[in-house]
Design a protein around this ligand. Structure first.
Ligand code: NAP
Length: 299
């Protein structure tokens, strides 16, 4: 029997890459090479138990990239801006990966990208964690790597962490603090995004050369608040915070996140219909909340 084609998966030990790796392993069409800087961490060992080959690789280290990608058919790439809060470093990592993919002749790279907002808005808005990925995406296209660029919208999972309802200081209620105004915000569970991205390796003819915007659904902040309130039995409201007020808050990357919301308010292309076609079982926010009720109760 011919051996399976190998897909190298960056970020396999965590969110997006973890879902891509698991989904590829479930699908059984491809072998998975899970890349990590630390092969001893529990999530790396768990992937090994599921049948992945776990290989040490650091996106900052060219020699490790070349070694880890040798012989693979394709790769899933996600770079993590938030690990270093360093736009230049993320660009460097992505371009290095593009060069190695080109040099080794990879047949399909699925890249978790985002828009080059600074360029698209003529310099009016800077969103470091988008701009870095947008610049890398342009580089991938320019050197001719067979690539699919996927725009993953904010995760539902953010509402369990960085976007969790915050207790109000002036009463017995909670607020969501994201400056989206009345504009709907596209979102998805990173698990479902990973499943969809992993499936793209099965249809290279459909996806190579394409840019795909994912979204399970688009709700206003008040609608997210209403769903959380109904399920958790708490008074949860949209804070109606403005981008101007948000960027003055002492949170990590506040200015970039405020600009991200200004950009997302203009509804960049995130295709709910396509997302549902690609994965009919994609979860709605309501489903996500009811399936994670215990976790939500503990935030
Ligand atoms: P995550 O769960 O925070 O995990 C980060 C992964 O990146 C880990 O598996 C880590 O692997 C790997 N990694 C970090 N630095 C690395 C390096 N130098 N070399 C190799 N691997 C490295 O990440 P995620 O949420 O899947 O993806 C993060 C990215 O998603 C961010 O850039 C963010 O902008 C983007 N994004 C986030 C959202 C959202 O709503 N949060 C939505 C769309 C896009 P090891 O530690 O095992 O080496």
């Amino acid at each position: 029997m011919a051996s399976k084609k190998v897909i190298a998966v960056f970020g396999a030990t965590r969110a997006q890459g973890g879902s891509v790796a698991r989904s590829l392993l479930d699908g059984k069409h491809f072998a998975v090479r899970a890349l990590t800087r630390d092969m001893t961490k529990p999530s790396a060992l768990a992937l090994k138990d599921l049948g992945a080959e776990v290989v040490k690789c650091d996106l900052d280290d060219e020699a490790s990239l070349v070694a880890a990608l040798k012989g693979v058919y394709g790769a899933f790439l996600v770079t993590n801006f938030w690990e270093y809060l360093d736009q230049e470093r993320e660009v460097h990592q992505g371009k290095l990966m593009a060069d190695v993919a080109k040099h080794l002749g990879l047949k399909h790279v699925v890249f978790s990208s985002l828009e080059y907002v600074h360029k698209l808005t003529g310099g009016k808005l800077t969103v470091p964690h988008f701009d870095s990925k947008g610049e890398v995406e342009e580089y991938f296209w320019s050197i001719g790597v067979p690539m699919t660029s996927v725009r993953v919208p904010p995760y539902f999972e953010n509402f369990l962490g960085v976007w969790k309802p915050v207790k109000a200081s002036d009463g017995d209620y909670y607020t969501l603090k994201l400056p989206m105004g009345d504009a709907p915000l596209d979102s998805i569970s990173f698990v479902d995004a990973g499943i969809i991205m992993s499936d793209m390796f099965n249809s290279p003819e459909e996806f190579i050369g394409k840019t795909v915007g994912l979204s399970a659904e688009a709700l206003t902040m008040q609608q997210y608040a209403d769903i959380l309130a109904k399920n958790l039995g708490k008074d949860i409201r949209d804070s109606k915070i403005t981008p101007e007020a948000f960027e003055k808050m002492s949170i990590l990357g506040a200015k970039g996140l405020a600009n991200m919301c200004r950009f997302l308010q203009k509804r960049p292309d995130r295709n709910i219909e396509l997302t549902r076609r690609l994965y009919p079982k994609v979860k709605s926010f309501q489903q996500f909340v009811s399936e994670n009720l215990e976790a939500f109760k503990n935030v």
